[in-house]
Write a protein that binds this ligand. Structure first.
Ligand SMILES: [Zn+2]
Length: 455
């Protein structure tokens, strides 16, 4: 049984080792672009092989890296995969009070770019592999399934040289039925973990170009079809357009499980309403929740204008002007139909829409599954009473690529974090409290141990 095996693990020593790995991972600069993940891949490769775990080190293009390792099980069940990315976003050093690549420990936290996203989870996944090898496999206990460790690069710029490259060129290395990745959250409120959101699906990103055309000419003679003015009018219409409410099984499950523990009574009632079957209550819940942008983004397609271009000189009316919209659709929603709704909302001549690119529209991972249960049961042992809720993330992760391969992936950033600490992700003074690292390590190990135990 997992509990007996876990008792032999000295968690204090395991946390110390995880902390040291995390510090070393932070010190290897993998800001993407350019990425340069090979240094981290080599580090992981050394540690895993030194501990008797076979690895495959890959170099998609010079300097970029990917690492895959596998601990063999009996094969009585299909493999489970642990995924984390090695690259990080850039820093504005002036905004930091600690050097961003030092891995300094202060105030009980490890500081540095990637501490939360995603080197913290990378360190936990690495330690989970080492603990499984040392305390389970080497102790003579057979795992029911293989455990696959995957470290990707290039996640922060879309994954072309990361998960997509692996899926295209080394599909066999990703052979698994289940996966655990980043993409969820464990939220601390009032000094204790309040809920854990387990990502089961994600919105699909699209880039849509809006182009206004008109007559070019000398600016001394104002023209009624000036494309810059036309584009501005179109953007006003787009900004006030609202996509209809669309509740998925996951967002219903999310709000219904969160409602009983949510501290704000007005929002809690709205969560219960929106997950009910009564149209009047659903409408009331929608009105309240849509006031908060982060809830609103979960219940409908979202449209954010992000870039503008037009004009060449102060005295020339240009022939065209363009805006870029970042659109996020709910899984299975048609971007073509959404663009048609925008065209109608704009309702003026001289405006063209063009879809420049789309992310992966992947099927959701089931809420009702042994992996979701393993995550929930593990977290509730670590934090009794914790609400564990399914979650549809508005951001994109490598999990979409796994889901397209038929792997049921779940997103769990396993660190209890306050809103303030979570907000440091991609921001200044990113840090991971050591207590959260400890929780995360036990969460990852516990989940994988449950998944590899004979019932
Ligand atoms: Zn990430």
């Amino acid at each position: 049984m997992p509990s007996r095996v876990q008792e032999s693990i000295r968690w204090g020593a395991a946390l110390k080792a995880a902390t040291s790995h995390l510090q070393r991972l932070i010190r290897i600069d993998t800001v993407n672009p350019p990425g340069n993940e090979l240094g981290v891949a080599r580090y992981l490769d050394r540690v895993l092989r030194r501990n008797g775990i076979p690895t495959t080190l890959l170099e998609p293009v010079p300097g970029r890296g990917a690492l895959v390792a596998r601990i063999a099980g009996s094969g009585s069940a299909r493999p489970v995969l642990l995924l984390a990315h090695m690259d990080v976003v850039g820093v504005e050093p002036d905004g930091w009070t600690k050097p961003p690549f030092s891995g300094a420990i202060e105030d009980g936290c490890v500081y540095g770019r990637g501490a939360i996203d995603d080197k913290g989870m990378l360190a936990c996944n690495l330690m989970a592999m080492l603990l499984l090898k040392r305390h389970v496999v080497d102790a003579g206990v057979t795992l029911t399934r293989d455990v696959v460790f995957v470290a990707t690069g290039d996640e922060e710029t879309g994954g072309a040289l990361g998960i997509d490259w692996l899926a295209t060129h080394h599909r066999g290395l990703l052979d698994a039925e289940w996966a655990l990745n980043e993409g969820g959250r464990v939220r601390m409120v009032g000094g204790r973990p309040l809920y854990a959101a387990v990502q089961c699906a994600e919105k699909v990103p699209h880039a849509v170009i809006v182009r206004a055309t008109g007559t070019s000419g000398h600016a001394s003679v104002p023209l009624p079809d000036n494309p810059i003015a036309r584009l501005a009018q179109a953007l006003v219409a787009i900004a006030s357009h609202r996509e209809p409410l669309l509740l998925t099984d996951i967002s219903r499950g999310f709000f219904s499980a969160l409602a009983p523990v949510w501290p704000d009574p007005v929002e809690a009632a709205a969560m219960a309403d929106i997950s009910s079957d009564d149209p009047a209550r659903i409408a009331a819940g929608e009105r309240t929740l849509s006031r908060e942008p982060s809830w609103d983004a979960v219940i409908r397609n979202g449209i954010s204008p992000t870039m503008l271009a037009g004009g060449i000189r102060t005295n020339v009316i240009p022939a065209d002007a363009t805006a870029t919209l970042n659109v996020r659709t709910l899984p299975g929603e048609s971007i073509t139909e959404l663009i048609e709704r925008l065209r109608i909302a704009v309702g003026q001549p001289g405006i063209e829409f063009r879809l420049r690119g789309s992310g992966e529209d992947a099927p959701a991972s089931p809420i009702d599954s042994e992996m979701f249960d393993a995550v929930r049961d593990t977290l509730q042992v670590l934090s009794p009473g914790l609400a564990v809720v399914p979650f549809l993330s508005t951001g994109a992760t490598d999990s979409a690529a796994l889901r397209l391969l038929g792997i049921k992936a779940y997103g769990l950033l396993p660190f209890p974090l306050t809103q303030d600490d979570e907000g440091r992700m991609h921001g200044h003074d990113e840090r991971l409290p050591l207590t959260s690292l400890h929780f995360g390590l036990r969460a990852v190990y516990g989940t994988i141990r449950r998944m590899t135990s004979a019932v």
